[in-house]
Design a protein around this ligand. Structure first.
Ligand SMILES: [Mg+2]
Length: 257
C-alpha cells in the first residue's frame, strides 16, 4: 500500500526532475533555449558557463528575463518572453522525443525498487508539466504510473529554493517531512527540500558538479549518482554505501531517528 513503507525504507521518495533523473539542464534545456533564440533570429547563445550561472534563477521565463535585463542590458516585453518560452518548450520536446537525453545511473533501478516495495513516489520540479510529461514518457514509460503526485512549476506561487513545492507534495501524499526522502542535484533544490524539513540525498549533476562542497552541506548524503551494478556511485559525504548502489535501506538511514 502506498505510504505504508517498511522499517527499512522511507514512506515515499520525492524526485527532482532536471539534473536528477537525466542531465536535462546542460544537454536539454540549454540546447532548447539556444535553438529558440536562433529560430527567433537572436544572437544570444548560452554556453556551458553562462548556463551554469543562470541556473541560480529558477524557471525558464525568469531565467531569460534575468539574462536579457542584467547580462544583455536590454528591455524585452512579456509577450516576447512568452513566445520565446513556447518556442523553447517545443524545441525541448523535440529533443527529448528524438532520444537525445538518457536516464542517469541508478534512477530506473531505485524507482523500480521503490515501486516494488509499495512506496509512494512524487516529482517535485520547477519545470513545466508539459516538459516533465515529455521526459517521463520518453525515459520512464513503464514507471510513470508510479509517480502519483506531480508538483510542477505552474503548481506553485514560489519556485525552488522556496519549499512550497515540497510542502504541497507532502500535503498531497498525506505524509509528514520525517517520513520521506528527497533526491535533488542542485543547491536550490536542496534548500527547497530541507526548507520543508525533508532529508535529502544530492546526486551531483553536470550542472552542479562545480559547486563548492559547502553548497551541499545540508544534504544527508552527497553522491556522484545513484549507482548501478556496472557503475558504482561514489559517496562524497554521508553514510558509506558498500557496493555503490543507493538503496531504499540507504535512504532510510538519512531519516532523523
Ligand atoms: Mg535539479
Amino acid at each position: 500500500m502506498p505510504g505504508s513503507g517498511s522499517d527499512r525504507a522511507p514512506a515515499a521518495l520525492l524526485w527532482d526532475v532536471d539534473g536528477t533523473l537525466a542531465e536535462t539542464e546542460l544537454q536539454g534545456h540549454r540546447l532548447a533555449f539556444n535553438r529558440a533564440f536562433a529560430a527567433a533570429g537572436l544572437s544570444w547563445y548560452w554556453d556551458l558557463d553562462t548556463y551554469r550561472s543562470l541556473l541560480a534563477i529558477s524557471g525558464g521565463q525568469e531565467r531569460m528575463r534575468h539574462y536579457v535585463t542584467t547580462v544583455a542590458g536590454l528591455e524585452v516585453s512579456a509577450d516576447r518572453l512568452a513566445a520565446l518560452q513556447r518556442s523553447k518548450q517545443a524545441h525541448y520536446r523535440q529533443l527529448v522525443q528524438a532520444g537525445e537525453l538518457h536516464l542517469r545511473p541508478g534512477v530506473g533501478r531505485l524507482m523500480a525498487a521503490a515501486a516494488a516495495a509499495g512506496l509512494a513516489q512524487a516529482v517535485v520540479t520547477t519545470s513545466g508539466r508539459e516538459a516533465v510529461e515529455a521526459l517521463l514518457l520518453q525515459l520512464l514509460p513503464d514507471l510513470m504510473p508510479q509517480l502519483a503526485v506531480w508538483v510542477c512549476g505552474e503548481d506553485v506561487a514560489a519556485k525552488k529554493p522556496d519549499p512550497e513545492g515540497y510542502q504541497r507534495a507532502l500535503a498531497l501524499l498525506g505524509l509528514v517531512p520525517g517520513q520521506v526522502v528527497a533526491i535533488e542535484d542542485s543547491p536550490q533544490g536542496l534548500a527547497a527540500a530541507t526548507g520543508a524539513g525533508i532529508a535529502t540525498l544530492v546526486t551531483r549533476s553536470l550542472a552542479t558538479a562545480g559547486q563548492p562542497p559547502g553548497a551541499f552541506a545540508g544534504a544527508g548524503a552527497l553522491v556522484s549518482h545513484l549507482g548501478d551494478p556496472n557503475q558504482p556511485a561514489e559517496v562524497l559525504h554521508g553514510p558509506p554505501c558498500p557496493g555503490g548502489q543507493i538503496s531504499l535501506r540507504y535512504l532510510h538511514q538519512l531519516l532523523q531517528p
